[in-house]
Structures are given as C-alpha cells and as structure tokens.
Write a protein that binds this ligand. Sequence first.
Ligand SMILES: [Ca+2]
Ligand SMILES: [Ca+2]
Ligand SMILES: [Ca+2]
Ligand SMILES: [Ca+2]
Length: 875
Amino acid sequence: MHSVPRRNATSPRRLAAWLSCVLACTGAGGAIAADGPQHVPSPDWRDQVLYFLMIDRFANGDPGNDDQHAGEYDPADGAKWSGGDLRGVRDRIPYIKALGATGVWITPPVANQWWNPRSHYGGYHGYWATDFSKVDAHFGTLADYQALARTLHGEHMVLVQDIVVNHTADFFKYDAPPDANDPAKGLAFVRDTQGQGAPTQAPFDRNDPRDPAQRAQGIYHWTPDIRDFGNDTQRLDCQLAGLDDMNTESPEVRRALRASYGQWIRDVGVDAFRVDTAFYVPPAYFLDFLHADDPQAPGIARVAAETGRKDFHVFGEGFALDKPFDDTQARRIDAYMRTPDGTRVLPGMIDFPLYGTALDVFARGAPTAQLGDRIRRRMQVHADPWRMPTFIDNHDVDRFLAQGDETGLKQALLMLMTLPGIPVIWQGTEQGFTDMRGSMFAGGHGSGGRDHFDQTAPMYQYLQRVIGMRRGDTLFSRGTPTVLRENTVGPGPIAWRIRGEDGAIAVVAINTADHSVLLDNIDTGAPPDTTLSTVFAIDQEIPSIAVDANGRSTTVLPPRSGVVWKSLGEVAADEFRVRPPTIDAMPQQVFTGDFTVEGTAVGAEPVRLVIDDDAVHGRTVTPKDGRWEAKIDTARMVDPNVEHTVVAYERASKNASERRTFKVARAWQAADSVDDPQGDDTGPSGRYTYPLDAGYATHPGDIEHVDVSTSGGALRIAIRMRAISTAWNPPNGFDHVAFSIFIDLPKPKGGARAMPLQNAELPDGMSWDVRLRANGWTNALFSSEGASATAEGTPVVPAARMQVDAKTRTVTFTLPATALLRATDLEDARVYITTWDYDGGWRALAPDAGPHAFGGGDAARDPRVLDAVGPIDIP
Ligand SMILES: [Ca+2]
Ligand SMILES: [Ca+2]
Ligand SMILES: [Ca+2]
Ligand SMILES: [Ca+2]
C-alpha cells in the first residue's frame, strides 16, 4: 500500500512513480462493494482516515422503514426523521472509499426516542437511546448492520460506532432543584409519542423514584439540568440538556452498558467506538468499561480481543476549545486518556482545541502563531496525538464554509492530512455543504431535493488528492511536526517540518494572507545543498526549493496557498554565492510611531523591507555604497502586545537578512460614546419576548452602552450589556446573544442596505461594507460583495478580535485595518449594532415564545433584531 521513497535514491522518475502510487491508492471509485469477514484484526489507527456520517441524513436504502407512524417522520422538518438507514450506508461505500477514507464512523444505530413532545425534537440523530442493545426500526435490522460490517471489511475498511454511556433519552425532568433526600419530589415524567415514559431496555426502564424498589436500585442520578458547566458535580451528575443522567457508579448500570456494547463488537464486528459526551462521565468509569473482569459482561477491550482485535480503538468526545496560547482544555481532555499516575484510560480523545484553532486561523484570519502554538502544545500535552481524531466539521458545529471560504477549507484540510491524528471528514464537507446537518440524499432534510454523491465536486476531488498524499506516505501519518515559521500579527505563513520514523523529511507551508509572504531562512532539516521537491500544492503551481549549505531555504509563497515539499535526496544547484543583506540592531524595542531601520547590502540590487512576512507591501530601497535605510510605517500596527518582525530581502539573489523584532504602542482615539436604554430589548415593534429557557431571564440581549474608538484604520467597539451569560460554557465568553454589527466605511462606494437573514434593512440610508456576526461559538466577518437579504456576503479575514470582561459586562471587538478592507482612516465611517441570538442559524421568531424561540413576531415578515444602537457616526 505504502511506497516510501528512500531519501538517497531519488530521481524524477522515482517522484513520478511515487505520485502515481498516491493516485492509485485513492481507488478508482464506482466499483461494487464486496462482502468480507465479520471480524478483522485491528488496523494501525495512526494511518486511518474516517468518514463520519449521520445515518438518518446520509442515504435511504429502504423507504419502507422511513415512517414508523409516531408523528416522527417528516423530511421537511429538520427536527424530525428523514429516512436514512444502514442499507443506504452500505450502498454508498464505494463513494466513501473512492474519497480515500479507510473507515466509516456512524452515529448511534440503537433504538431511540422517536419524538419528544416536550423539546419538540426527535431522536433521528441517535443520541437519545431507549435501548442500547437494539437497532432502531428506522435504520433497519441487525442483519442490515452485520452486512454493513462485512461489506466494509471486504473493502479493507473499518466500522466505528458512536456510543453513549452518559444518558438515555429524556423521560423525566425537575422544574425546581430536587430534594436530596427524596428524588421523587418535583419530578415530572415526559411521555413520548411511542407511549413510553421510560426506556424499554432493562434496567434503564427503572426510572421512577416514587417506587421505593426502583429508588433503591439507583439506575439514575435523578438530577435537574446542568446549570453551571464549571461545577464538576453538576457536570458529572446532572442532566445534559434534559437528557436523563445514568448513575454510572452503579455496578448494574456498568454491567448493562458493557453487555450492550460488547454485543455490537461480538455480533456485528464493530472495530472501534466513539464515546459521546465523555466529559459528563468520570474518567474512572472508562477503566471499568474497557477492562472489567466479569465473565457475564467483560470489559469491551476484552470482548474485542476475543474477536481478534488487539488494538480496539475507543475515542471520546470532550467538547472544549482552548483560548489562544492556552491549553487548559487540552489538559482536561488528556485526563481522559491517562490518570495522573500514568494509567492509560481511553486510547484517544477527539482533538477539539486543534479544531478551534484551525477555524480561527483558516476561516477567521487569526494570527498563524496561534496554530504554531497549538501544534507545539498538542505534541507536549498528549502522550499519543497520533491516535486522536482530528476534524474541521462535525454534526454539532457550524460548518467551516458557513464562516470561511473554500481556499481556507482546503488549507485546513491540508493541515489535518499532515499532522498526527486520525483525520475525520464529516459528510458533506466534500460537497461544499454550508448546512450543518444537510442530508446527502435527495429525500432528506436540507438536501435541496437532490442527491449529493458527486465524485466530480471540486472539494471531493481535492480531498481525494490530499488524502491520497497522506495515505501514500506514512511520513505524514506517523511523523513528528516541528513548527518552522508562524506570524504573530495576523494572516500569513505557517510552516512545519515533519520528520518520519526513518528520518525522512517533509516541509508543509501554508499562507493564509491575501498577499505573498516571505519564508526566509527556514530550517528545513533537509541535507545541505539539496532540493525540497514539491509533492503537493493546493491550487497554484509552486516550484521545488533549494536548501543551502546550512539546511535553510528562502522562498516567496503566493497568496492563500499551500504546499508540501519533500526531501527526495536530490542535489541542488548552488544558488547561494552572494552575501545576504543585513539589518543593524535597533536602538529600542517599543515604538510609538513610524521609525527608520538601516543595514548593509552588497551591490546595487534593490532590497525589499519585509514587515511581518508580507512580501508585497514593504518598502523597496536601493543601497548606496553598501548601505541602505528605510522608514517603517506603523499605521496598521494596533496591538501593543504583538512582536513584529522585519527582514531585508534581495529578490535577485533570493537572500534574506537575519530577522529583527520590535513592538509598536500607538494611541487609540475615542470617537463616540452612546448610552442605550435598559429594557428596549423588545424589537422594533416593542412586542418581542425572549425564549422561555431560563437562560434568557437576565436579558442577555439588552445593550446598555457603546464606546467606539479608532487608531488609524483600526476600529474598536466596546459594548456594555445588561447581563453576560455563560450558561453553555461558550469558548468566546458569552452566550444567549449574538451580535450583528454593520460598518459603513468612508472610502468604498456602494455597499449593501439589507441586513442578511435578519428580515431588515439598515436605517437612515446607511449601507454597509463590512459586517460582523459573533456569538459564543462563532466570530465571522463579511464584506458586502454578494450580500443580500438571504446571503451573508463574502467572508473576510482576519475577523475581529473579541474580548469579554465579565465584571464590567463588556464585550469588545477590535477590528484591525486589514479586516476593514485595509482602511487607512475611519473619518465619517458609521456603525450600527444589533442583537438577536444565533445557533447554527438565527434563532426562530414566533407569535408565542418557545423554549428556544423568540416570541411576539411573525418569522416571515418581522426583523430579527432585539436591541439596536446607531447608526453611530465617527467624526
Ligand atoms: Ca429508510
Ligand atoms: Ca430529562
Ligand atoms: Ca453524567
Ligand atoms: Ca438597550
């Protein structure tokens, strides 16, 4: 399968052979899937690429099981079942295999609550079990599931089943905190449309604490919803979003879960488990789950070993994102893989912090140094990052393409395929989906009425190519990365070297900026005086590069590009005879305005000053008598904490000087300060009411005060709120509100009047050039190009920097000039600020408020605006 070229035995022919293997390894597609064994040995998990799909939304192989007549089926309604099933998955294995995936991760196939009248939502996703040991009637039969496993194994692919050990479906609730001595007090049952008030499987059917025998049995924790995610007891023992929390300390519960899940390995041939909501169960639970020495219900690693699986993989979901340059959450995640004394717990956890950083850097234009730092930390914090699944999209988060563009997505996927981890592709990413849970099949919700199994789709073909590269060379799946270059200021270069187990070397370089960047003197690790050959490039052609006598390379990377160079051992022509230019040491390190640098250069070739890796916008100077000097423009340098860099680059000889660093502390000028009344968070009509969920009781959408300030072309907007909520543990530091901020810049003519997806137009003849949308999980910026009442516009990077001060209830957005279409001056700019709420889309509006819908309006007609301030004029 793998052709690993030797570094000292390479020729162009060898490179061509390697590339053609890469193409062959991805498979031709379209072939009919073959049947194989029920059980196969464990693969080397480091080399796997998983395709994650939601059974109900993927493919429908049997229309006869779609509607089980409990009022649960309606593809027009995203809250209901759409009809996908296991037979449909099996039919589409050739499509998944041709993409290059080596395995399929399916959402839980077990029997679920079909419709919950209380939450007005169905269990189509599989995470609301009523019986952990049976296949849901919508998904087919046990025989269908066994056939899926055999077919995957016949195609040399693996089957990963999603499992839940924290909760069942929602059958009971507490409206008030329960009496610790009597869990029956205040408990109310939720009867579903199947007529059930409890799961059907023993012992989980024993959920009534009013019965002394059931109460003594203690199958549940009988607790209310988690209100404070920072409280460990609540997190582990209370209900997550209303889902009945199982007592995972109970030996009876543990035994029943081991027996249920062991059966899927033994009877079906499942090759790995993904554990949902692992953070809501203590790590110690999993030691029992994996290794219990119980002849009736052995730990599932023991069951797996009996079927010939020596390395049964189990990876957990710990949904937590880290702040930039922090690894608090990564350490929490690591605690589920090993205890403080080094005992291994789960063999893997999904790498959420890497996902969060990848989105910030590739979709939102955050400084690439955030990714450099993340790569270093994940290698430091985790003992085995090679077995941690990595991802860009999943079934619970806004898609990348809902906040970033296709080039950014391609860059993020190149990152996944060249770092340790098990890359996971969520269904639809390969078809350019923007809808989080859109169906792949024509009959399903959000499909737009057509099938999406298009193997000619541009993102499908890109993924084929980049997965093929990873699978064609274990250097990429088993190597160790070292970060070589990163940008502390904003979009720009990020480069890392990968060293393989056998010493092979590759260099990955990505430029997230809209302009060319200089990679000066990067320490490639390749042998001196050799060539690093281009083995992959995203869109543009990028040439191979020469390595100098010290193992260093200097080259210019085109805008928004990505490349992988590999050391194939070729000797390079000597290009480095001329002495490089130099920069004199700087007299000080912090500047308050523009300043001058100087240095030396041999000859009369012009020298370009490269500031913060930007190979385009820096000044070009011609040396005189061996010396040069140039002024540094600091207008766009608005963050006093950032370390800037300057390099002198001589294009003719491809020689770069040493790097010098400095900081700039420019002043901000107050532009306007506006008070806004309390209690006007009732929409333009004055009749809107908040959703009924208790989290809205504090009026989290009510703006009290706005301060606007500027520094050159940079804008800062500080918004004081009536209340800041963090009930859902949002990574951005606030929830239950989303901001939509419109900026009318002085320079560009035109712009848009429509407020996209908000059913409104800007007041006072204002039109916007740049629009910011942010909530607890997202932070996106758009230009008005392509914007309309129904389209958000074109994503812009970098996005705003966001800071939340909980004490002063203030959310501050800082937009560097680069985010404002490179503005130099904001005189006469206008700003309009609105609040609403956003959860994968703007929150619903209805005549009467619901648990998660605003009330007092007509969704078809009325504006999605709760509170509004402005237009604020910048003098
Ligand atoms: Ca079906
Ligand atoms: Ca419940
Ligand atoms: Ca729990
Ligand atoms: Ca207000």
